[in-house]
Every structure is written in structure tokens, then in C-alpha cells.
Design a protein around this ligand. Sequence first.
Ligand code: FPP
Ligand code: MG
Length: 294
Amino acid sequence: MSWIREGELTILERFCANIIKAGPMPKHVAFIMDGNRRYAQKCHVERQQGHSQGFDKLAQTLRWCLNLGIREVTVYAFSIENFKRSKEEVDGLMDLARQKFSRLLEEQCFLNVCFAYTSRHEISNAVREMAWGVEQGLLEPSDVSESLLDKCLYTNNSPDPDLLIRTSGEVRLSDFLLWQTSHSCLVFQSVLWPEYSFWNLCEAILRFQMNYNALQKARDSYMEERRRQQMERDQAYVTKKLQQEGFASHGDSWRRRTLLQKCTAMREERIQGFLQALEHKRADFFERLCTVSA
Ligand code: FPP
Ligand code: MG
């Protein structure tokens, strides 16, 4: 029997889900599932038991998300920092991951698991990839932009999360999706992760809905500003080209427009070529990694 699909909502939960679904819904929700060890301590059980129940809570939360029509979920399962925990705990978490994640991922394609992850590592890796692109002659230095960095992140195939939830009362992001959550609704809840309930999730979604207009406005104006900056960079590039060709910087407007269109098309072409090369480079890396660990 499926792990996620088994178990439906109660009548009351379904009723409330329908009310909530009448408002704007987050399409992508990210979770920092915190508080497993405090839960274990509170219940006088082994630490590993706390993590195991935390995992079961993840399966249950995914089911609620499906019922609420949330199509994508990203979880912080293991930070690079977590390697500093005792060997016993790290081994226990790895065992749990081996046993349970493969089964969970078989069932669902809407779950992104961030494992041995930190956001600063992801961002600096993306910067290094762009520097590599310039070094290889695939990119011009002026192609480097926020929008290109977006495309170099591990999350490039996903929209940014609309809502990020952290449990256990900690009010910080702990190096999770720092770049991707600049326009997300951040909700910090005091409940320990293994005790997370459908009602906690509803409360977080209500908070998202209350802030929806402001978030949308901020996101739109950011995208507008990004387009304006790109246009400014393209104009500066064209001015430089015209000057190099001996034309006055304003040039004639037809020539300027044609050159601008050409430059934009060439930039797009360079970026596509770079992204393809990057995909191959990453595929090679994973292939080598699998060969080494096999
Ligand atoms: C935070 O609680 C939780 C983790 C470090 C692991 C989170 C992962 C899951 C719940 C899912 C299962 C994960 C794996 C890897 C199979 P904590 O340990 O920081 O607890 P505390 O905040 O009470 O100390
Ligand atoms: Mg913690």
C-alpha cells in the first residue's frame, strides 16, 4: 500500500481544506523540520526514535499537501553542518535515509530532498560555475546576472517556494534556500516537528494568504527591476560597440535597435550553450561519483 496516499482527511479537515483552498494557495512549500531530538527527550525515547517519527511526520505532511493541492515540497533533511553531530547520530540518520527515502521517492515526484546541503555552498558553487563558463569562453563577463545565477542553482527546475515553514520555535533559516526565499512567506511555528499537525499546516497557509498581496507586489516589482537592469546592461553594451565602430554613442536609431536585438539574441544563445555544457559537466560528475562509490 502507498505510504503517502493511504489515509484520507477527516470530514472536519476536508471541510477546512475546502475553505482554505478558496483563497490563494502556495504551489511550493519548503520545510525546516526541526525539533526531533527535543521531542525524543520530551517523550523519554531514544534520539533515533525522534528522527524516525520525524520521518513518518514528513510522509503524513506530504499527504496533507497533496490533499491541499500543493504540488511541490522541498525539505531540509540534512545540513552539511549536521555532519558535526556524533558519529552514532549521523550513522543513524543515514540508515534512516537509506531505508525510507528511496521508498518515499518511488511514490512521489513532487518532493525535493536537500541532503548534505547548505545554501551558501550552493550559491558559491553557482558562482564558480559561472566563472568556469567565462574561463571556457562560453560566457561574456557581462552575461553574469542574478537571472543566470538562478539557473545555476540546484533548484533551477523549480519555482521559488511561496511558503517556508520552520518548526520548534527557532527563528532562523540555518543556511537553507537563502537565495530562493527572498520573496517567500516565512512562518516560524513553536511545535516540534514530530508533533506537527494538519492544523499547524493550515495556520501557516492562512498566514501566507494574509501576506499574499504584499508578497506578490514585492515579487513583481523585483522582476520588473531585474528586466530594467538587463535592458540597461544591453544598452551599455550596444553603446560601447557603436563607439568601437566609430559611430557617435547615440548612433542612428535604426542601427542601434538592430544591434540591440542582435546582442540580446547572441546573449541568449551563449547562455543556452553554457547551460547545456553545465548539464553535461554535472552529469559527468555524478557518473564519476557513482563509479567511485559502487
Ligand atoms: C532536526 O531536528 C531534524 C534533523 C536534523 C533531521 C530532519 C529530517 C527528518 C525529520 C526526516 C528524516 C530525515 C532523514 C535524514 C531520514 P534536530 O535533530 O535538530 O532536533 P533538535 O532541534 O530538537 O535538536
Ligand atoms: Mg535542531
